[in-house]
Design a binder for this molecule. Sequence first.
Ligand code: GMT
Length: 391
Amino acid sequence: MKIGITCYPTYGGSGAIATELGIELARRGHEIHFISYAQPFKLPHFMERVFFHEVEMSRYPLFEHNNYSLSLAAMMHEVTLSHGLDLLHVHYAIPHATSAWIAKEMLGSSHPLRIVTTLHGTDITLVGQERSFGEITRFSILRSDGITAVSDYLKRETVDAFAVPEERIEVVPNFVDPKLYDRGKLPCHKQSFLRDGEKMVVHVSNFRPVKRVRDVVKIFSRMAKEVPSRLVLIGDGPDRPEAADEAARQGVTGRVLFLGKQDSVAELLACADLLLLPSSSESFGLVALEAMASGVPVVASNAGGLPEVIEDGVTGFLAPIGAVEEMAEAGASILADGKRWRKMSAEARRCAVEQYGVDVIIPQYERYYERILGRGAAPAHAEPVAHAASA
Ligand code: GMT
């Protein structure tokens, strides 16, 4: 198949998944065209059957605000025609699904392009529910030929918030490459962060309010009283100062290390002992899966799709949002008991490989594409869009 992929190319789970999907599909013989404003950060410089098309933005002085959605639609149209794309797979509904619909309208019946939109989380739970974006989000989702969501939770949210018929949404979970996240094969950097005998507790995120980074530090400070450990914070975002402030309040500044944004977290996760993810909302929690593949148990909130990824008591521990004492107690008890930690670590790796490994999930996408293209069972085409109120 010839597949166009559009995503946010900078840091973030949706861009990471979209890029890794393209790479895996290319390895399986498909021709992949990434269409975005910058080269996706996970894309290697050259790979057979992988192309990158940079969306150029018009700089005309009248356009005080740039017209990215239109420039993207124009590029999608151009690449579809010049490379004969069968399908455009867009990640994150806004504005990508809207641009794809415009490109398809421009092509008309001359080129039967199919559009698949993958919903990732905040496109449904936050951005799409802003008053001004609600209708256009719903319209763009419904005009897609295929719709996938990364968890059952996100599917339910989309059905409830946007009245999308549930039979139109296919759940295809996020995935991980077990060869990339493998603590047995990667070098260990523990000695750069820790003193002998200390445990490495990590948190990886975009430091947005939804990640509750104050809770991360609170959980850690309580755990550190029980188990000698350090907290390694990876990523950056608006709440980074909150994390630093909380570390000072809790008196653990000397035990907290800020590494900032990292292109690849695989080597860091490979030497971690525990991941903390106490988010207030998480459609999936890709970093939890990456940690599990690296044999790292996860202590998380039971928000959103996290309980679908983390099996409570088996691959990690789940507690209600904000339950820092409970999470700290569970985290400390896992770290203090070597036998239990090893069992959880092995279970986490097994679950990541068997349920979410690339060889399990990528074929699900391939089969779904075939269906949407009408080459497999039951093609699902875009339906006319009724107004939300009447749906
Ligand atoms: O807001 C974020 O956390 C970023 C966002 C993204 O676009 O990368 O993450 C969402 O998509 C990821 C990939 O599917 C999921 O693993 C994250 O759980 C999801 N974030 C939220 O739902 C808050």
